[in-house]
Each structure stands twice: as C-alpha cells, then as structure tokens.
Design a protein around this ligand. Structure first.
Ligand SMILES: Nc1nc2c(c(=O)[nH]1)N[C@H]1C(S)=C(S)[C@@H](COP(=O)(O)O)O[C@H]1N2
Ligand SMILES: [Mo]
Length: 383
C-alpha cells in the first residue's frame, strides 16, 4: 500500500480548511499570524508555513512574551551586555564588541514549553497554542562560553542567570532564566544577533537573544542585556516556581494531580507533524499522493521518521529531506498508494538519534508542558 518515491509524481490531496483563531497582520516585522493575545503578544505560526519552509521565515516566526512592557526600540550605540557576579572582572560588551568575536552559526528549533497546550485533555490554563508555538531558524552569533571568558569565571561558579529587557509590572520578578555553568560553557549555547541571515525582529529579541539548542525556549532569553554568574543555584521565580514539570519519565502525572515532585523543564523530546494534511482530508482512490511534514529530534538529531496508515499498527520508513544539523527541523515525505475507499487514520512518529521515540499516549501535567505524542490525521479515500 505504501511506496517510497519522488515527490513530483503525486497528485495533491484536497486539504481540509485550517480551523483556528483570528489572523492578524498588525504586528511590526510580522506577516500573517494567528493571534492568541495582543498584550503581551502571543502570535502563532500557521501550519502552512511549516509546509513551505525548512527555516521558518522571520516574519512568520511565533512570538511569546510574558510581560506587556517589552522593548520597542533599542539604541544600538549605547546598548551593552553586562556580565557580572562571580567573574574576575565585570565587563559590558557593545554590539560592536560582540560582532567582532568568533562567530558561530547553528540551525535550531525554538519551541515553547507550552506548544500544543490547547490539545491537553483535560484542558489546562495558559496560552492555548495549537502546534505553531515553534519555529526553526539558522542562528548566527557568538558562543556564550566565549562571552563569559571575556569576564573570566571566578571559582565557585555554579550557574549563569540570563535576564532580558522586558519590564515586569509592579513587584513581579524580571524575566530571567539560568543554566548550569557546564551547560552554559558547552560551546553550543550561544548568543544570537541574527536569525536566517537578518537581524532579529524586535518581537523575537532584538538586538540579541539566547539560543539553547535542544532545550525548550523558556531558556532562550530575548532582548538579553545581563549575564550574572551565580555561586548558588538560582532560586528566583522563573527558575524555582515557573516552568516546572513532574519529576516523572516524560513529565506526566494522572490528570488532576496537584502535588508531585517537580523539576525545571529542560530538553525537548522528539516530535513530528503532518504539514500538508489535516483531519478530514479527502484523497481519491487509485491516485497516489505525497504526504509530508517536519520532524525534529529534540536534544538529538532525527534518527528516523515512520508513517502508518492504519492508525499506528504498522509503520513504514519515510524519506528524509536535507539535514541542516541535529537541532533543526528535518523534512519527511512518503508517497502513499491509497487503500480501498473508506476512512483511515495516518500517523507519524519520530525516533531521535539517541533512540527516544514518540508514543501514542499523550502526557498530562497542570502546566500543559512538553506535549509530544504521535500525531495523526483522519483521511477519507473516495472512489
Ligand atoms: N526576555 C524574554 N525572553 C523570553 C521570554 C520572555 O517573556 N521575555 N519568553 C520565553 C519563552 S517562554 C518563549 S516560548 C520564547 C519565545 O521566543 P520567540 O518569541 O522568539 O518565538 O522566548 C523566551 N524568551
Ligand atoms: Mo514559552
């Protein structure tokens, strides 16, 4: 029933309409986006964008801010990134200082910890994202390690706290996240000043932001202006209270559970999506069609993507597209010879290079974090 083959051979299946919230074009440097909230902005990328691009265009890249007082202009001459705390000598680096340092470039998926939260059952509070609170970009910048070395790490350092320029209301804590010192110095964690070859859109953290490859984007602090080297673990709100998941395999507890041991959310599990089919799609019997989508391995590369046309009983390998690096989206496709007329459920599953594999059963936790089950689409084959 399934055949691997060149994409050119196939007839396009009929697409069911994309349901969803209002579309907006009202945000600076952004094209058409799904509007989840105006202040602070929550803008979601429509599914069709992922079908068209391996690298999510900057003007279609999702946006998430916690506080409404976000930077709307930056004086690039006076801007400084301050490095303080347990360092040999505190420094303040200009943008010119940063762009003169050795450069690195990395393709990496930026995914909100709450991506797909609206699909949690039972429902949970928080931004009601579908699957578009993620994006893939080619990030250009400098290694966090190199930046820290400009100040020199002092003995006793255990963590690095990263703070953005968005201002909290009243007495609320500044948005700041921390990484363990070894993670911060692993040579992969970077500070980006460009995204897909362009300066960062204001809404995505201009002039510089953190890139923490393989980890959920809560750590990818935008509009970064302060690094503070800590000699104690960070016990401030955004580390110790927010973004906690159950300390269980997969971050799951029985729906409704409130008291359980928690850990800060960290690395992403693998995911895969259909991008050219949605529930209700109709295909013609006898006419082969290509189904395709994107996958990513989380904190490891994509090992394999498999497709099922019987709801997950049997699996067939998908053809993988260009490899942009282990933290990137990877395109997949399968040419399908439709089975006899009837209703079918297609399913797609990613296995990462470390052997982590998506499963059918969805997880649950009260924060609505880390959703990553096998995705399915219901299709009809018509005579
Ligand atoms: N300064 C700052 N950085 C931040 C946030 C924020 O509220 N303030 N939100 C984080 C979260 S939770 C997400 S999902 C990502 C979103 O990145 P994006 O808006 O570029 O897509 O930014 C992260 N960095
Ligand atoms: Mo997020």
């Amino acid at each position: 029933m399934l055949a691997l083959g060149g994409a050119g051979l196939a007839a396009a299946p009929l697409l069911a309409a994309e349901p969803g919230p209002p579309l907006t074009r009202a945000f600076p440097e952004k094209g058409q986006m799904l509007l989840r909230r105006t202040r602070a902005p929550l803008l979601e990328t429509p599914l069709s964008v992922f079908d068209a691009h391996d690298f999510t265009p900057n003007d279609r890249f999702f946006v998430r801010w916690h506080y409404s007082d976000i930077p709307t202009s930056i004086d690039v001459e006076s801007f400084r990134l301050k490095i303080s705390g347990a360092v040999r000598s505190p420094v303040a680096l200009s943008l010119r200082d940063l762009i003169r340092m050795p450069r690195v470039e990395l393709a990496a998926v930026n995914q909100c910890a709450g991506n797909s939260r609206s699909l949690f059952s039972p429902r949970v509070p928080g931004a009601q994202w579908t699957n578009g609170a993620m994006g893939n970009a080619l990030w250009t910048g400098v290694r966090l390690r190199d930046v820290l070395d400009r100040a020199g790490i002092a003995p006793g350092a255990v963590a690095v706290r990263m703070k953005g320029m968005d201002r909290p209301p009243g007495d609320a804590p500044w948005f700041a996240k921390s990484l363990a010192i070894d993670h911060a110095r692993d040579g992969e964690v970077m500070i980006a000043f460009a995204m897909n070859g362009q300066q960062l859109p204001m809404l995505n953290g201009f002039p510089i932001r953190m890139i923490v490859p393989g980890w959920f984007s809560t750590y990818w602090v935008k509009a970064l202006d302060t690094l503070e080297v800590l000699t104690q673990p960070d016990d401030t709100y955004w580390m110790a209270k927010a973004y906690q998941i159950p300390a269980t395999p997969g971050g799951s507890v029985a729906p409704g559970t409130k008291d359980f041991p928690k850990v800060p959310i960290s690395a992403m599990p693998p995911r895969s999506f259909f991008t050219n089919l949605t529930d209700g799609a109709v295909v013609k019997a006898g006419e082969r069609f290509v189904t395709r989508g994107i996958a990513f391995g989380g904190d490891a590369g994509v090992g394999a993507v498999d497709l099922s046309i019987d709801g997950g009983r049997h699996w067939h390998p998908a053809q993988l597209g260009e490899d942009h690096g282990k933290y990137s989206f990877r395109r997949w496709s399968v040419t399908v010879v439709p089975p006899p007329p009837g209703h079918y459920r297609l399913a797609v599953r990613c296995t990462n290079a470390h052997g982590a594999q998506q499963v059918a059963t969805p997880i649950w936790n009260p924060g609505g974090y880390q959703r990553s089950p096998i995705e399915t689409v219901a299709i009809e084959v018509r005579a």
